[in-house]
Design a protein around this ligand. Structure first.
Ligand code: CO8
Length: 219
């Protein structure tokens, strides 16, 4: 498995930065990329020196979603392999704070990936969308659950049924984005949040994250 699908940095003592790195495919989520991200997060979970993770893309895209070329060649089965399902599970159940830093496109499964993280920091140029219905599928990686929880039914329906993109200011206003910053500043701001989180009591932070996530599942 290529190490280069995701670049890893340590921008601060307790912060791990994972940068999606498929520039030619706008960080489309190939099976190999999901597997690599899961591997990185499993390692980060076990590494006591890591207290928070920042997940970033590039200035062209955070991620444009499932790899359509893989879907064409492998059919929908390409999205349901045990390795891919296991990979998404590892990402969804990552037990330390993880922050998405988004510039440009956050689309389809890419936006679903962002929504599995604990907060989204967006540059003003970011665009968010669930365009699956435009290509004959539906959001399949948690979008129909997490988007409605984030933005409520009306905006979730608007995005999922029309497939239209919303801009970063709209995403901030409707609650999808936690922090809106000038274009190009999302990663730096996300690292600032991660550093602030890392300065807090680590066990408290992990228990607080777990409690907030459980609150989404219970009445
Ligand atoms: N997968 C693979 N490659 C992609 C994808 C993608 N999702 N999106 C873009 N690319 C590739 C392009 O093919 C192109 O490659 P090449 O140069 O080899 O032709 C390269 O990335 C650059 O693309 P563009 O020139 O279009 O670059 P732009 O920066 O202008 O990007 C868009 C514009 C708007 C991002 C445009 O590329 C686009 O609309 N992409 C598709 C986005 C999309 O539809 N995403 C949703 C995918 S489906 C999904 O995520 C979940 C499916 C779950 C199914 C579950 C069923 C139950």
């Amino acid at each position: 498995m290529s190490e280069d699908l995701i670049l890893i940095e340590r921008p601060a003592e307790h912060v791990l930065l994972a940068r999606l790195n498929r520039p030619a495919a706008r960080n489309a989520l190939s099976g190999a990329l999901i597997a690599r991200l899961a591997e990185i997060l499993r390692d980060a979970s076990a590494d006591t020196s890591v207290r928070a993770v920042v997940l970033a893309g590039s200035d062209k895209a955070f991620s444009v979603g499932a790899d359509i070329k893989e879907m064409v060649s492998g059919g929908l089965a390409a999205l349901t392999t045990p390795s891919r399902v296991d990979g998404w599970y590892a990402i969804e159940t990552f037990d330390k704070p993880i922050i998405s830093a988004i510039e440009a496109y956050s689309l389809g499964g890419g936006n679903e990936l962002a929504m599995t993280t604990d907060m989204i920091v967006a540059g003003e140029n970011a665009m968010f969308g669930q365009p699956e219905v435009k290509i004959g599928v539906i959001p399949g990686d948690g979008g129909t659950q997490r988007l409605i929880r984030a933005v409520g039914k009306p905006m979730a329906m608007r995005m999922i049924l029309t497939g239209e993109f919303i801009d970063a200011a709209t995403a901030f206003t409707c609650g999808l984005v936690a922090d809106l910053v000038p274009a190009g500043q999302a990663e730096a701001r996300a690292i600032e949040h991660a550093v602030a989180i890392s300065a807090n009591a680590p066990i408290s932070v992990r228990l607080a994250k777990d409690a907030v996530l459980k609150a989404e599942e219970v009445p």
